[in-house]
Design a protein around this ligand. Structure first.
Ligand code: SF4
Length: 356
């Protein structure tokens, strides 16, 4: 964004409408701009069909710069990891995860992260800064443009998860606005149940969610309901204990979240015992919960290890006794450090952008 211009990609459609109205511009302009930049994903400022007076306003008022793709890594399972360069020299990563000829896009919300979770590569970076809405939306548009060039006909991004670098609720305003833009049906048009925002348990953000967040799914990183273990995995648990986090997550009204997914990262000989499974089962019994089991993904410098698959499957069978819907999340992209918990922009740059 230049000093005098506002990034176009920061504005939800309602704000763009207000702006046009305040300047006495034709009311058809904002929808045309959304169609041009989000549906069609053009790079040039909208010229087609826009009234001359609106065109002049757009050209003098808005900046259309987005983060640029610095490198792309593709793994054998067709997972794609992007390194995006930001305007101030920082970089962030995003990951496209393939399933059934479609993709889930994992977005970053911060450069680094302040939460310092002990199992997470990003946590070792510390927080550099929050991302702006345009930098979050820019990851989506960049990935979509790359897919349509590199994998034409196999380029549908169906789901978006805020599970990349950063704690999304620590950057609440930018993430909320990005969710509004992703949902806008005259633009990117994602369905509400196709967007999931994950949190390590950031209570101030959860408090705001109840009244402010548009209707999207929420995922809470549980990992263990046992205080000592969760403190060790997620230091934030010492400030915002899991009981309070769960109470707030459950209070989010139906209109602002569909159900709560609890993510359980399984680490060998740390939280993968039968007793750990029973503790989770007891803790979530009676709640409107869904469990996602994630075998730990190793990264350089960690002492944690991934459990054997038989142990993970046994853990799931134990949870099945409690009748809580549980899935094992399949690991994808780990060979390029693109799997859950492995993102870190100090590592992993291997080759320049070459679609295909
Ligand atoms: S797991 Fe999420 S919240 Fe924790 S350090 Fe990593 S990016 Fe931050």
């Amino acid at each position: 964004m230049t000093d005098s211009k506002l990034s176009f990609y920061r504005l939800p459609l309602k704000d763009l409408n207000d702006l046009f109205q305040r300047h006495g511009l034709p009311e058809s302009g904002p929808a045309l701009l959304y169609n041009w930049h989000y549906k069609k994903k053009h790079t040039a400022p909208c010229v087609a069909d826009l009234a001359k007076v609106s065109r002049e306003f757009v050209e003098t008022s808005f900046d259309f710069t987005l983060p640029s793709i610095q490198t792309v890594q593709e793994s054998h399972d067709r997972t794609v990891k992007f390194l995006f360069a930001l305007r101030d020299g920082f970089t962030v990563e995003s990951v496209l995860i393939p399933f059934n000829n479609k993709y889930t896009l994992c977005l970053s919300s911060q450069v680094g992260c302040a939460m310092n979770c002990s199992f997470c590569h990003t946590g070792t970076q510390g927080l550099k800064r929050h991302l702006g809405t345009e930098e979050i939306i820019g990851q989506f548009i960049g990935a979509a443009r790359w897919l349509s060039q590199a994998r034409p006909g196999d380029d549908k991004i169906l789901n978006v998860v805020f599970m990349g670098q950063g704690e999304p609720l620590h950057n609440f305003d930018a993430v909320k606005t990005a969710a509004e833009i992703l949902l806008e049906r005259r633009g990117l048009g994602l369905a509400p149940h196709k967007i999931t925002i994950s949190t390590a348990g950031h209570l101030p953000g959860l408090r705001r969610w109840k009244d402010e967040m548009p209707k999207v799914n929420i995922a809470v990183s549980l990992h263990s309901p046992l205080k000592e273990k969760r403190d060790q995995l997620i230091p934030l648990n010492r400030s915002y204990p899991i009981d309070e986090v769960v109470a707030f997550a459950e209070e989010i009204p139906e209109g602002r979240a569909r159900f709560v997914t609890y993510e359980v990262l399984l680490i060998k000989d740390f939280n993968d015992s039968d007793e750990d499974a029973r503790a989770i089962g007891r803790y979530l019994t009676g709640r409107k919960a869904f469990i996602s089991l994630i075998p730990f993904n190793p990264f350089p410098g960690t002492n944690y290890q991934r459990p054997e698959m038989e142990r993970v499957e046994h853990f799931k069978r134990l949870l099945d006794h409690y009748r809580i819907p549980t899935v094992i999340r399949k690991t994808k992209g780990d060979e390029i450090l693109a799997a859950c918990g492995q993102l870190n922009t100090r590592f992993g740059v291997t080759r320049p952008l070459t679609p295909g």
